[in-house]
Design a binder for this molecule. Structure first.
Ligand code: FAD
Ligand code: UDP
Length: 391
């Protein structure tokens, strides 16, 4: 080793002796520090690295993928550690972008709700009301039925308004009120209309949860897809690390932050509420546990829903793993809580974020938006384009 080092050195002139990069000879160790290795952080990291930028992506968890992380449990069943994640989008750009990192398995999600001792399709459709009320309506009659029970409202402001105006109070109580109170710790009348507006009402027999153009699951799981996104030689991944531990020691030119925005600013304007969940994972020694990928429990139990992962992943296995979701007031932040008073607090943080030079705030936690995965990718690609235009 010493010989070859001397030989290498003897071939060098004084001017071409390589210098170890150091903070004194180079202002920054990395071009970008990216906080959070979920969809938002990983998409931006990949795009910037592809442009030749050097990127350090840190996550305080011990894995990449953020809340979309999946892994094999001790029985060898592929599970989603942080609850069921189903990919769906109407954006061709997002689908094509992610298709560079994964193959897909076609999957259309279906959910049943446990109501009045029966399992019926949710979103509410023709079969839901026929089964629930022992009727045999046609689509046309179902539309008339909903019109007759809906309570007209001048303004649709809250999540209660959305449902009660469309399908009336009884179906609202059966399917939405209890679920929402459990999930959010708030009555639907206290939540923005956008929350329950995620769930449509149908007069046909379509029982799919989503109607997006692209509906598919990464063939080898989300984590494998993230590994492929972050495999670029310009990207270094640092896990088990809060960015605050290294931000001073490893100077970077700019930062992309995807954690909770209030935490970034040390809760200067108070805490922004984020709803949390406890996940109870179980494995059963049977190949099928329940008759649908997800069963929602609006009115029973402390949990909101039960997911059986093999439906989502397509995995064949003689055992099966499920997860129960128990909503929590505190814990890891999973959901921003859309309601006017929270929006007011967020506005203050947003104003601060907009004037914080050199830091971009991206994703569900940092922009306090109830975004699905595809919306996070779309936002990340848009922010990347802004960064690239500036550079
Ligand atoms: P995250 O995935 O939350 O990533 C942020 C990362 O930042 C985390 O890994 C965190 O550890 C890290 N971090 C935070 N602070 C720091 C710090 N100080 N230092 C270092 N690292 C830090 N979307 C869908 O499209 N379909 C679904 O079916 C679906 N189901 C969902 C089910 C549940 C139960 C939940 C909670 C969400 C679901 N979503 C779904 C939404 C989806 O999870 C999000 O849209 C997406 O994962 C958000 O990505 P993100 O990168 O913005 O944030
Ligand atoms: N919701 C409900 N009953 C249901 C399903 C959903 O009341 O059976 C309401 C509830 O407020 C929930 C929201 O609609 O939080 C959005 O549901 P979604 O399934 O999109 O929630 P996520 O998958 O994001 O947890």
């Amino acid at each position: 080793l010493i010989d070859s080092a001397i030989a290498a050195k003897s071939n060098m002139t004084a001017t071409n002796i390589p210098q170890a990069p150091s903070i004194t000879t180079r202002d920054f160790v990395f071009d970008y520090l990216i906080v959070g290795a979920g969809f938002s952080g990983s998409a931006i990291a990949e795009r910037l690295a592809n442009d030749g930028k050097t990127v350090l992506i840190v996550d305080k968890r011990n894995h990449i993928g953020g809340n979309a992380y999946d892994c094999y449990d001790e029985h060898g069943v592929l599970i989603h550690k942080y609850g069921p994640h189903i990919f769906h989008t109407n954006s061709r750009e997002v689908f094509e972008y992610l298709s560079r990192f994964t193959q897909w398995r076609a999957y259309e999600h279906r959910v049943l709700a446990s109501v009045d001792g029966q399992l019926v399709p949710i979103p509410i459709n023709l079969d839901t009301i026929n089964k629930l009320y022992g009727m045999n309506l046609t689509s046309f009659q179902a539309a008339e039925f909903f019109n007759s029970i809906g309570e007209p409202r001048e303004y649709i402001r809250t999540s209660e308004d959305v449902v009660v105006s469309k399908v009336g109070r009884e179906l609202y109580e059966k399917f939405f009120r209890g679920y929402t109170r459990k999930q959010w710790g708030l009555d639907p009348s206290e939540l923005d209309k956008s929350v329950i507006a995620r769930i449509p009402t149908r007069t046909n027999r379509d029982d799919r949860y989503f109607t997006d153009i692209y509906q598919a699951m990464p063939r080898h799981g989300f984590t494998r897809m993230f590994e492929n996104m972050l495999a670029h030689p310009n990207i270094k991944v640092m896990l088990n690390t809060d960015y605050r531990e290294i931000v001073k020691a490893i100077p970077c030119r700019e930062m992309v932050y995807t954690g909770p925005v209030d935490e970034f600013f040390d809760f200067r304007y108070g805490k922004l509420p984020y709803r949390s969940l406890d996940f109870k994972h179980e494995t059963h020694h049977t190949s099928v546990f329940q008759p649908a990928p997800v069963i929602n429990y609006p009115n029973e139990h402390l949990y909101t829903r039960v997911t059986e992962f093999k439906y989502l992943t397509g995995q064949e296995h003689h055992k099966t793993s499920i997860v129960y979701e128990f909503p929590q007031e505190s814990g890891d932040p999973y959901y921003p809580v859309p309601r006017p008073e929270n929006q007011e607090i967020y506005k203050q943080y947003k104003a601060l974020a907009d004037t914080t030079a050199g830091v971009y705030f991206v994703g569900r936690l940092a922009t306090y938006k109830y975004y699905n995965m595809d919306q996070c990718v779309a936002q990340a690609l848009a922010v990347y384009k802004q960064i690239a235009l500036k550079a």
